[in-house]
Design a protein around this ligand. Sequence first.
Ligand SMILES: *Cc1c(COP(=O)(O)O)cnc(C)c1O
Length: 224
Amino acid sequence: MGIRENILELKSEIEKYSPNPGVVTLLPTTKYVDAHGVLEVVKAGCRVVGENRVQALEEKRNILETLETGDIKWHFIGNLQKNKVKYIAPYIEMIHSVNKISLAEEIDKRAKQNNRRIKVLLEVNISKEESKEGYSIERLYEELPNLLKFENIEICGLMTMAPFTEEEKVVRKVFSDLKTLKDELNKTHFNGSLIELSMGMTNDYKIALSEGATILRVGSKIFK
Ligand SMILES: *Cc1c(COP(=O)(O)O)cnc(C)c1O
């Protein structure tokens, strides 16, 4: 199937599996394709796309700027090195992977230099796998008072990756725990302003949807 068909199928699955489909953003993860692949998803109606490497993002964005695409919003979803923040700070719409205070500080500083606020998600390692990035829940609570001091970042939700397993119960628990954490933090620190749950990829987006995902980061299912 082609990119357009895959996107249409995903959109109908959002309607089917999400308790609140109106708030769900399908974020095609365009790391598998070049700028022309990105153009195809834009033509299929997705104006928000995700990349996980700064250099690839910059290259594609430069090419797309020369084409008449209209506005495209870029989300950064991968592990972000501090020394690369400056490149994307002028335009990035959202950064999904804030997992340490020093990174938050750098994003805040570069956002300020660019006279803007950057939306971020806090990455949480719910499954506690050693190979995964992200805050433990305990560490997140410790660091929150400092994270909340930055004026040029807007913390608008949480992100996680589920373990790679066939066991649906395990995956579902990771997503429902992230949702529970969001609800709890909304009471203790955010007064309801945490709205996004970035969870669900090609292997587990249906489960993520039914557990309340608001941003689906899907790549292979669209491009492969
Ligand atoms: C590649 C990637 C995805 C999408 O993964 P697929 O399994 O191809 O859908 C989601 N999130 C991050 C951080 C990624 O790097």
